[in-house]
Design a binder for this molecule. Structure first.
Ligand code: ADP
Ligand code: MG
Length: 239
């Protein structure tokens, strides 16, 4: 598990646009933090910088006290879950979930044990020999989660993982993700533009606008004491 600390982190894209500006954020070991804000406010860019998929153009990123600004993604011990499930269509559920372990050259018996454990946790045992095309959207999303948890990474980063699901399934999966996170206790940063998701899922919520963090707090703090009209309006509390 990991502590993740951003100090004055900014991202300027080569075209000159400043997508993320001076973000200060300390995420505790085991914490479930939500990044929320309207489309284009810099949520994905922030997540991608933590993952190492985008480089940081100013500031410092630490994972467990180590500066990781220049560390490649594969050395960060972080698992990313995207909204497009990015499953391999030609591989079975079992093979999809085993994939990161095979890359890490884990021995066969261990791979089997870990995949089966993850399948149990995610209620996928009966689907292990199917291919993704024969699964529902919710089942596919669970396989994507399974692929993230088999490695027991230090942290999970999730970018709108439920946005491809219909409303009913989204609510179900939301509960499952919250339960999974509590059970594993893995530090999680979860991006969404959905206010309800933001206010029900995590320990703390980071509200962003135009690349700038507006407020960080528990859902109760944001409801009770929104720092400005934007936060009040965005989370839907009376200003
Ligand atoms: P969000 O995930 O909150 O919707 P993003 O982090 O994807 O927002 O984008 C933040 C801002 O950065 C947006 O204005 C977007 O257009 C811009 N942006 C994202 N990726 C690039 C890129 N590769 N080059 C230039 N601008 C980008
Ligand atoms: Mg995004």
């Amino acid at each position: 598990m990991a502590e993740i600390v951003l100090e004055q982190v900014s991202k300027r894209f080569p075209d000159g646009s400043l997508a993320v500006q001076d973000v200060d954020l300390a995420i505790a070991d085991g914490e479930f933090v939500i990044l929320v804000g309207p489309s284009g406010c810099g949520k994905s860019t922030t997540l991608n910088m933590i993952a190492g998929l985008e480089d940081i153009t100013a500031g410092t990123l630490r994972i467990d006290d180590r500066v990781v600004n220049d560390l490649p993604p594969k050395d960060r011990d972080i698992a990313m879950v995207f909204q497009s499930y990015a499953l391999y269509p030609h591989l079975t559920v079992r093979e999809n979930m085993a994939f990161p372990l095979r890359l890490a050259k884990t021995d066969k018996a261990q791979v089997t044990a870990k995949v089966e454990e993850a399948a149990r946790i995610l209620d996928l045992t009966q689907f292990l020999d199917r291919r993704p095309a024969a699964l529902s959207g919710g089942q596919r999303q669970r396989v994507a989660m399974g692929r993230a948890i088999v490695r027991a990474p230090k942290a999970f980063l999730m970018d709108e993982p439920l946005s491809n699901l219909d409303a009913k399934l989204r609510v179900q999966m939301r509960t499952q993700i919250a339960r999974l996170q509590r059970r594993l206790g893995t530090t999680t940063v979860y991006v969404t533009h959905d206010q309800t998701e933001a206010m029900t899922l995590g320990d703390r919520v980071v509200v962003m606008r135009l690349g700038v963090v507006q407020q960080v707090g528990t859902p109760a703090q944001l409801y009770d004491l929104p720092i400005n009209l934007f936060v009040a309006g965005f989370i839907g509390s009376p200003a």
